[in-house]
Design a protein around this ligand. Sequence first.
Ligand SMILES: *Cc1c(COP(=O)(O)O)cnc(C)c1O
Length: 482
Amino acid sequence: MKLIFERGKEGRQCTLLPQCDVPAAEIEIPKRAKPLRLPHLSETEISRHYTELAGQVHGVNNGFYPLGSCTMKYNPKVNEEAAALAGFARIHPLQPEHTVQGALEVLERTEEMLCEITGMDSVTMQPAAGAHGEFTGLLLIKAYHDSRGDHKRTKIIVPDSAHGTNPASASMVGYEVVSIPSGSDGCVDLEKLRAAVGDDTAGLMLTNPNTVGLFDKNIIEITSVIHEAGGLNYYDGANLNAVMGIVRPGDMGFDVVHLNLHKTFSTPHGGGGPGSGPVGCKAFLKEFLPGRQAVCEDGTFSLRKPEHSIGDVKSFYGNFLVVVRAMAYILMLGKEGIPEAAQNAVLNANYMMEKLKALYPPAYDETCMHEFVITLEQMKRENGVTAMDIAKSLLDYGIHPPTMYFPLIVHEALMIEPTETESRETLDEAIRAFGEIYAKAQEDPEAMHEAPVSTYIRRPDEVQAARKPVLRWSFPEDGEQK
Ligand SMILES: *Cc1c(COP(=O)(O)O)cnc(C)c1O
């Protein structure tokens, strides 16, 4: 495909402005030495360019996208309409409060609904992503211990089945990370947890359901062990769509939680944002929250800075329009729809896991939550076909690969999350594709290394692509480097 600079022709454009009917004035301002080098294209050429570009990516609008731990589900288009309303999209964060009452109401009401869903007492919308929420939540935990003069708590316990961002966030806040291994059942090893806690424990970060798709059955015991040692419990609720409306982190002994609105509460996020990672906390942490909280008094909304705020973690109120989408989604599903979405997410995952089981063994053969992990260790040993080969083959069936080689505690892992919005027919089609790929892997394992054969880009050198990405294009007259 040609780059936009390689298309078109000097002088071509897609705007037709009327001739200037007043004398042109010379303005004394510094000017560019050379004219700006912009592409010269007609509207049709621009339109074709972007249509061709769009055809090179795979999104939920193209087909099945079972990317575990990422929740690539259908996002109701009506949310986009809500987020595009001028009263939400065309306002400025510095506008006087009385002119943006509706927007403040969105913040206040969404906070209330997220409190209800998580069992927390207060929520900040400022963090822009899940990992950002983790960072914010840990700062709350640190502020709490500091406020009590309890400075000896320097460690955060993180099970090895946590999302990779958990230890990274703890480390960014300055905590020492203590990793706890999982038992053979994929859950936290309680004995090892007990051995790890002490008066230097600031808290625990638990991803639940964890990265192997399991709900930790000892959750109450886990949170009590931490509380008894004087630590606080942090719940990574990025994947709350497995449990929302059914159980609440606040009822399971957690003090702080983050949610990923861009996974669970329907904001498209394939391109990397914008996202939103609200953080909820129990009342005793409320005064440490960042930013400003929308509050309502006598029917009037205003913003209030928490008294001992940790300070801003982002400008203004976070990615507000993502919050608008979340509110639209929650209101549309309502009290019955929220748990139903969770049940369907779990049902779809278990359906696929059971149907694939005979050919693709699950890493942990237990009832899963919204996602499950299979391991291709045996296939690799027997005929050299890897998780990567299977993932790449799926592309030829119009299916986006599942998450690969994650979590690290499972070898040759594929992590599959069908999501609640896929139909039985789509799941059956995917199951059939997995079956055909399995048969091919038996018949001609060598050919599997060639997949995909039908995509625009086949198998890039992933190391080179990550380490030496070509992000810049030079004009031919500027030299060879492209
Ligand atoms: C996606 C995810 C995160 C990180 O969220 P980002 O918005 O990508 O920063 C953290 N924890 C879990 C369990 C996740 O699935």
